[in-house]
Design a binder for this molecule. Sequence first.
Ligand code: ATP
Ligand code: MG
Length: 437
Amino acid sequence: MILPEYITQCLNALEAAGFAAYAVGGCVRDACLGLTPQDYDLCTAALPEQTEAVFSDHKLVLAGKKHGTVGVVTPFGVVEITTFRREGEYLDNRHPEWVEFVPDIVQDLARRDFTVNAMAYSPIRGFADPFGGREDLKNGILRAVGDPLQRFREDSLRILRGIRFAVRYGLSVEDATMQAMLSQAHLMDNLARERVFEELNKLLPLVDAQDLLAFGPLLGAVIPELMPLIGFDQRSPHHAYDLFTHVAHVVAGVPREPALRWAALLHDIGKIPTFTQDETGRGHFYGHAPKGAEMADSVLRRLKAPTALRQQAVTLIEKHMTRLIPEKKTLRRHLGRLGWETVEQLLALQEADMGSKGTGKPEEMAQFPQIRSILEEIRAENACLALKDLAVNGHDLMQLGFTGKAIGQTLNILLEQVIDEKLPNEKDALLTFAKEL
Ligand code: ATP
Ligand code: MG
């Protein structure tokens, strides 16, 4: 394994002072996979004060010192150096009761979550890999360190981390580890919601349909609204898949943008409470889009998702049944109301939705490239689609004698006229029309 020069220098400085030191965790895993690590974490037998002394000629970041971490400022970024430590019992499924600095790296590696994350490397000492992380990587296996039941009981966030690592590196979860993930999934109720959101938000852009199907019940443990979708028969001639399989294909079918992926994941949760059957037994879901939007809003609030992401996802879900059609005028109106980003995401969602029914109707899918080419035409025209593009503004209307609410109302009327190509976007024409109003 080849380490960057500045990392080797940090390790050498610690070793020269008599302390064992290694690169550890994600960087070792990524290097073993032939990937370039995003950052390098170091660990050492030196106590935090001793690390401070070794790097006394550097600027240091000491915010994490209590937990054993000293940040050394180098021209290549802050290198975090953490003292080997051992953890006490976890009584709250989240945090250890105590941590203790130890001289032995094996104890430090033993507290880590998965064998592939529990490896260290030093140019002087070689690999420390007491749990067979390299062997597991070679065989494509994700395995908990030690007793999987105990490890997920200690910290149930590891369940979501495990899914993320399995998906990111295409590893299959070893049997006992998977069983323990499933049996301890309920403990994820105790986690801080924002940590759950953060993990899911990192996961969603990575997944394909098979990943979602494999981990569906675990996602259902943190988003209970998803659980009834699994295996749900829609009793519809339009849908060959059960509802969750459909959703899994829609998620995988949209671009890897977080808000869009969330929208895809939650777009049909409103189908459960709105489900009805007619006399022939066929299923209907009247009003499932607004209902789903309302439910998604509450899911994303509960998970403390950022407001902008939540609102974007909710808008997409609310509008997912309002089919875009290949007609310039209506597309211009949608662009005026929703903006480019939302219209493009909505189109992607509708295309994936339509394409994921398992009943393959090519004639329905043909409209999507048509809509895209009309959108390109509109973009090329650089047309006026929003108030900010209009050739008149509120000030112009005030000079004509408009006051109060009438200003905004009139601007909107003018915009509609321009979008519908009934008026040119020219100041004189717009003001003349406004006067007549
Ligand atoms: P990424 O590339 O996503 O950052 P990473 O492996 O570096 O992957 P981090 O969350 O940065 O992951 O954590 C660094 C290391 O700390 C992990 O490799 C693992 O050894 C350990 N670790 C992190 N979180 C946990 C946890 N919840 N339980 C046990 N060990 C953990
Ligand atoms: Mg990391």
